[in-house]
Design a protein around this ligand. Structure first.
Ligand code: TRP
Length: 469
């Protein structure tokens, strides 16, 4: 054992490559740090970039309602299961599931769910880094005053200009990748912890401010109607699927990320309470993002269903009009990048922890290997917007394919594996003890959701995708 008396969050990043026992891997220094890290993972581009644009493209209120229902009935139970498996298994996701399967006398093949997760995280990173690069590219753009006085059309042209420039996209995307690898490689203790303490409250305050601005300068009533008055005629089966996929995405589920974080969680912390808080914070941030953006969309005659560029076209109009907009805009995009980086860290952690713990590869090497492959995948994704725009698989560019495959297939598949494993392979008493839900009624509710509700919902998704339902 190495220094059992100094177990802190940071030691996980620097943990020796061959360290296998639970105690030498290190733990988060407190429950609060786990909450911050998990919230940092959950809150990211999914909330501020993706949620508004898919809500806009799927008709608003009804979509939001289904999304919230998915968070409550599938997301939160699965989040708890992931954290529980991680804490109980005290290893990377594949290792943890393998260990628990062995203990339960089940097939070791369950660890493949962990592999699938690490692979899914890798594919997500491919397109996620590109979008994070958009945000970073917009920091100097905002500070330079390029947004001042732009209307919808001029703002759209600025964004199109960025997409058409592969060199700029690569520069900024790689910068985000480098920042991620640096943090993951060097040790997370001070960096992540300190950044999160400032970042999370900062992002929250800034978003609130933007909502305030949008309420005054935009069409707030139209936005409220759009977001909260459901019109089910606007919602398609595809929209329901998207809402479910997004519930996975926004809570960082189905890839083992929360398992990896759970594996550093001290005993005695309530998994249920922490998970609820993480989900609440995540949902609040997404709704705030919607409330900041849609008033401006409606006031400026923009199209809510405009697609992935929505926030990058809408918000600059506001920054270009408000007092101190250059500064506020620059700050906003800095925060967005930081929020994205706390998510990319968690996306790469399962794969990197697996490489180091399974093969004894040194952490630095695992990081470089993963990073090189990611640079290639990311490049393929960013070329989707310019040179490779015509190359399509099944009518989708590489970028869209990564998004579609992960959100619709791979994350739900990883989630299905996880709930079946928890609900049907592990013993009820073990799970009850490990998850630490005291009240029997609540435990039964969760247990039954996991055993029946969640698997059925996910299977329905798959049946729908192949056109059977
Ligand atoms: N939840 C993050 C977001 O909303 C994205 C993310 C981070 C993620 N880690 C993940 C998605 C793991 C799936 C799995 O931006």
């Amino acid at each position: 054992m190495t220094e059992p008396s100094r177990l802190t969050a940071g030691s996980f990043a620097g943990a020796s490559a061959t360290a296998r026992s639970a105690s030498s891997r290190g733990l988060w220094s407190s429950r609060w740090v786990f909450f911050l890290a998990a919230t940092g993972s959950a809150v990211g581009l999914g909330n501020i970039w993706k949620f508004p644009y898919i809500t806009g493209a799927n008709g608003g209120g009804a979509f939001v309602l289904v999304y919230i229902a998915c968070i409550l009935t599938i997301g939160i139970p699965l989040l708890m299961a992931e954290v529980m498996i991680g804490r109980r298994g005290r290893q990377n996701p594949a290792g943890a599931m393998g260990r628990l399967a062995r203990e339960a006398g089940a097939s070791p093949h369950w660890r493949k769910v962990g592999w699938l997760g690490a692979f899914t995280g890798f594919l997500i990173l491919g397109f996620y880094l590109v979008v994070a690069g958009w945000a970073l590219a917009y920091v100097p753009t905002a500070l330079s005053g390029a947004f001042s006085g732009v209307d919808g059309q001029a703002s759209g042209a600025l964004f199109e200009g960025l997409l058409a420039d592969p060199g700029r996209l690569a520069l900024y995307g790689l910068a985000v990748l480098a920042a991620t690898l640096l943090i993951v490689g060097l040790g997370v203790r001070d960096g992540l912890e300190r950044a999160l303490r400032l970042l999370m409250p900062g992002l929250f305050v800034l978003l609130l401010g933007l909502v305030g601005y949008a309420a005054v300068a935009g069409d707030f009533a139209a936005a409220l109607r759009f977001l909260f008055v459901p019109d089910f005629s606007q919602l398609s089966a595809k929209g329901v699927l998207l809402a479910l996929g997004h519930a996975f995405f926004t809570l960082s589920l189905g890839c083992g990320a929360m398992m990896a974080y759970g594996s550093y969680l001290p005993e005695g912390t309530s998994i249920a309470r922490t998970s609820l808080l993480v989900a609440l914070a995540d949902t609040v941030v997404a709704l705030l993002a919607g409330l900041a953006i849609f008033p401006l969309v409606f006031a400026n005659g923009l199209e809510p269903g405009a697609g992935p560029g929505l926030i990058f076209v809408t918000l600059p109009i506001a920054f270009g009009q408000m007092p101190l907009g250059q500064l506020v805009g620059g700050l906003f995009f800095v925060m967005l990048v930081l929020a994205a980086v706390t998510s990319t860290i968690s996306l790469s952690e399962p794969g990197i922890a697996w490489l180091t713990e399974r093969f004894g590869i040194r952490r630095g090497r695992a990081v470089l290997l993963t990073g090189s492959l990611l640079a290639l995948l990311g490049t393929a994704c960013l070329l989707s917007f310019n040179h490779w725009a015509e190359y399509q698989l099944f009518g989708r560019t590489v970028f869209d394919t990564m998004d579609y495959l992960t959100a619709n297939w791979l994350m739900p598949l990883g989630g299905l594996g996880t709930v079946l494993f928890t609900g049907w392979v592990l013993r009820r008493e073990l799970v009850h003890e490990a998850v630490g839900i005291g009240r029997p009624g609540w435990f039964s509710l969760w247990w039954n959701l996991l055993r029946y509700g969640t698997p059925v919902a996910i299977v329905l998704v798959f049946l729908n995708l192949i056109g059977l339902v």
